[in-house]
Design a protein around this ligand. Sequence first.
Ligand code: C2E
Ligand code: CA
Ligand code: CA
Length: 563
Amino acid sequence: MEDRLYYSDGLKFFLDKLGDESPNMDACDAKVSEALRIISGDIGLGSVDLCIDAPPTRFRPNGEYRSTSLYRCEGEVSSDAYTISREMPDGGTVTFTIRSCADKGFSDTDTERLELLFREIFYKYSRVSATDIIMSILTMDMPTTVLNQDGFMRAAAMMVGAGQISRYNILFFNIHNFKYVNKVFPYQEGDIVLKNYACKVKSYLCEDEIVARLGGDNFVALIRNDRVNEMIDRLQNLKIFHSAKSTEKEFILGATIGVSSLDNINNPRDIMGRASIAYQTARMRGVGSVCFYSDEIMHKVMENQSIVSNFEPALQAEEFVVYYQPKVDVNTNRVCGAEALIRWLRDGRLIFPNDFIPQLEREGSICRLDYYVLEQTCKFIRQRLDQGKEVMCISVNFSRRHMDEDNLVEKIVSTIDRYGIDHRYIEVELTESEDFQNYERMSEIVEGLKAYGIGTSIDDFGTGFSSLNMIKEVDLNIIKIDKSFIPLDVEYPNRERDRVMFCSIIDMVKKLGKKIIAEGVETPEQLNYLRTVGCDIVQGYVYDKPLPREDFEERIEKGYSKI
Ligand code: C2E
Ligand code: CA
Ligand code: CA
C-alpha cells in the first residue's frame, strides 16, 4: 500500500493537479476536488469537508469563513471522522473532516498518508489565501479600507470585459469642507473621519457597486444608472458622527461631484478620463457643484488645454499684443494716462482676455504674461521718451497669482530699471478676490512698491470681492471704481440710495488722500454725473475702447473734442 501511494501514477496526477494555479478560493476548491477524486480509490475516501475560519485583520476586514464539501463518494460513508486542522499565517484555521467509504475506517498507516496528502492540500489553500491577502493589500486603500485606484481600475476593467460597464455611471467626488474637519480635530482623528466617511459611502452601495479612494479626500464610485441621483443627494449631505477623547460631534460633509455615463466605453482608461473632466468642470463652477459629462464640456476642456499648451510658443512668437485704454481728465478732456490691456492675436483673430486669462490664471502662466505686458509697456514709454514725446503713467494688471511670488517688488523694479524710465510712469493694478484677502501680504507689496516710487491701484472696486476693508488695511494710491457701481442714467427704484452711496464713497476716498478713477463709463450722461460728484478721471468707451499702440499715440496728440 505504501509503495502504491508513493510511486503510483495516481499520486503523481494528484500532485500535478494541486500544482495548477488557482486565482481564487472557488477555483482552489474545484482543483482540490479533482485531485481528491484521483486518489480517492487508493485511500478509500468516503467524504472530505473543508472549513476555513479566519478572523478579521487589517487586510481582510471581514475575515473569511467558508465551509464546503470537497469530495463525496458514490456509496455509503463512515460515520467516524478523522480531522486535520492547521493554522494559517494570518491566524485563520483550515480544518479538513475526512471520512472513509462504507465502514472501512482508517488504519494508522492510512492516517499517516492522509496527513501527508492533506499537508499538500493545506499548502495550496495557504498559498491561495496569501495571494488573496497580497491582492487586497495591493488593491485596498489602507486608511479607509475601501478600494484604492488600482483596485478600482481592476474591478472596472472586469466590468468592461464582461460588457457590463454601460449599466453604471462613474462619480468622481471630493469632500468639500474637509478642511473644516482638519481644523476641528487633530490630524490622526481627521484620518478616522475619512475612514468613517468612506465606510458610510460604502454602506449606501448595492452589492455590485464599488467605491475607491484616489488619495487625499478624492473618491470615485461606480453607481447603477438608476441610482445616480439618489447617490448624489447622499453625497451632498453626508452626516458623520465622530466621537473622540476630546469631543463628540455630528457634522455634514458635502462634495464637489463630476458624473459621467459609461456608454461606449471599450477601454477602462477612458472611464477615469471622462470622470475627471466632469469633476474639473464642477470644481471650476465652485465647490459643492455637480457636473455631468457631455461632449460640450469635453470640447471646453480641450480648448482650455489648448490655450495653456499654446501659451508659451505664442509668447515666444510675440502673438500677445498690448492695447492701451486712455484715462481721461474729465475737466480738460485730455488723456492723462492709460491702462495696458492684453490681446492675443492668434491665427489672424483677436482673442480677448476674458477668453484666456482665467485659464492662464488657474494654471499660473498669467505671471509670465503680466511681466511681458510690463516689459512691452516700459519699452513703449522708453521709445516715446527717446522720441522726445509726452509720456504719462500707464497701469499694468498684476494677477493675484503673484501674491505669493518671492521678490515680486524687486522683479517689477528691475524690469522698469532695465528701460531706464522713471518709476512714476508705471502703476500696478491689484485685485482683491474671494481666494485672496491677505491684506498683510497686499500691504507689504504696496508699501514695497511705494518705497520705489511706484503707484498702486485697487481694480474693480465695488464688485463682489472688493471691500472697504481693503481700503482700510492697504494704503493704495488709486481706487478704480467698477462700472457696476456707477449709478445708471435711467430712473430705477434704488437710484437715490445708490447715488448717496456712490457720492459718499468718492468723498471718503478723496478725504483719505487717494485718487479715484471711474471705469467702464459709456454714456455722456454718466460722464456729466461723474463731473458733478467730483470724480475727475474716467476710463471707458465714452472716450475710447482699448486702442492699438498707434491709435493710442494718435489720441494723445489729438485729444478729444468736447463730450
Ligand atoms: P479690467 O482690468 O477691469 O480691465 C477693464 C476691462 O473693461 C477691459 O476689458 C476694458 O476693455 C473693459 N472696458 C473699458 N471700458 C469699458 C466700457 O466703457 N464698457 C465696458 N463694457 N467695458 C469697458 P478687457 O480688455 O477685455 O480685459 C478684461 C479683463 O482681463 C481686465 O479687466 C483684466 O482683469 C484682465 N486683463 C487684461 N489684460 C490683462 C493683463 O495683462 N494681465 C492680467 N493679469 N489681467 C489682464
Ligand atoms: Ca485693470
Ligand atoms: Ca477693472
